[in-house]
Design a protein around this ligand. Sequence first.
Ligand code: OXD
Ligand code: MN
Length: 583
Amino acid sequence: MTNNKAVLSWLEEMKALTTPDNVVWIDGTQEQIDKLRAEAVAEGELFKLNQEKLPGCYLHRTAENDVARVEDRTFICTTKKEDAGPTNNWEAPDVMYAKLRKLFDGCMKGRTMYVIPYMMGSYGSPFSKIGIELTDSRYVVLNMLIMTRVGTKVLEELGDSDDFVKCLHAKKDIDAENRYICHFPEDNTIWTINSGYGGNVLLGKKCFALRIASHMGHKEGWMAEHMLILGLENPEGEVKYIAAAFPSACGKTNLAMLIPPEMLKGYKVWTVGDDIAWLRIGKDGRLWAVNPEAGFFGVAPGTSTKTNPNALKTTMKDTIFTNVLLNTADNTVWWEGLDGEPPKEGIDWKGNPWTPESGVKGAHPNSRFTAPAKQCPCISSEFEAPEGVPISAIVFGGRRAKTAPLVYEAFDWQHGVFVGATMASETTAAAAGAVGVVRRDPMAMIPFCGYNMADYFAHWLEMGKKIPNPPKIFHVNWFRLDENGKFMWPGFGDNLRVLNWILDRCEGKADAKETAIGYLPEAKDINIEGLDISAETLEKLLSVDKSVWKEEVEGQKEFFAKFGDRLPKEIKDEIEKLSARLA
Ligand code: OXD
Ligand code: MN
């Protein structure tokens, strides 16, 4: 499919290492997709769902030990350990290559190697980047065909350039003990082995578009962020764009596809992206964002007509479901939190017969749908705009029971970077490990920053100096609990009420009061018309408890201490200033 010498010689090297029986180039044609689907069904890799109700939809089950990203097996391999920083696992490239070569040695014998040329970003965009993934998994191929732009056209755009990310994946034995997700940012290379779970093996997503791309952005003067991008259209038809970072499973996909509440029917939310944003300074001096992905890899449980009808509609065709329940009555899918009664019987994510009385979950809490973004009913007309969309506000958020108020605004860019750097959240099922523990997760990038996070903060600060017209920075918390452990804010569509205040602030149209942590709305500034919330609850949602915040500062200091002298002075200054304001 190509005469590109860099591609061909790398491919020869990888073939010699892994010794596949066959090599198949993925051209992106429907004909080839149909063939791969049929083969995957024949081999039991995919289950064909009810094609009348769910045309083009399939179900896949991963191994039971392989259901989430594995951060303890994820490595950033840079020559110098300090360049990976204290928040990443590190190994020297030569040591890691040697270790992995042993694992990859001959591992595709008897298997087919698929060559997937893919593009992150839209065709013809100056911001797009190319990768080539070699994999022995048809599931990976079929997912990559949804999540990225794949095929002959990508190779045409690459021409004879050697500027592509070299990605190698093998399922091998799905051996958790020998699972590795390794990044070599200095040679634009990703090698991953012994997993078949999306986040570890769809290498365009977290591995390239965040870890490798953040490293590229640092070198080249742009940013790769774990952010959704949405356009909010007001009743006058003006659209303003917001980029928002939340840790995994804090409702990013739901926010990106928000449906306005009845009271605010004149508003409309348009989705540009639900997970990743690449941000650059535009010719007009503003910050512009593109979504490098072509699909959504969303968490299924909890997705319903109430929480996210747009996501649900997006998954009605050409979607791959992973680890959800198979409803055997009509070969459709189900997960906990979907509308209506659970099916009377089915096959659970482990492949076992299931009934509502089984006492186990039908779908894994981190079960997923992989769906083409273009099918989303609220996809933005700017989804593929080559230059992206101009960002008015950056929003950080987390899942905090007590500390953070519903919303606040940073004093300026530097303080905003500090607000992002001090983000924290209670953990969920998206990553392996304990659930419900508070974890510091600056800019929601802890698992995804491909270099030293102290340098990452410095890069944010540097970018701020270079953006003549920077977006304002905010922090939100939809998850504050009352004394009885109940959520105080309704969330979902009603989050629009908070986004409206945010955009009004950006346009100088809303008031705020200055507090120790930033600018907060007065209760009267948030429109709660039609909401079942008392003024008192809203006051509480907007309150800042200084004693809780003093404890918070201690936690922040402890976290930042990890970075030693590499931590930018501006961050140290901000923590001092916050302490002084709280005193
Ligand atoms: C994701 C994640 O899958 O952040 O998007 O874990
Ligand atoms: Mn994510």
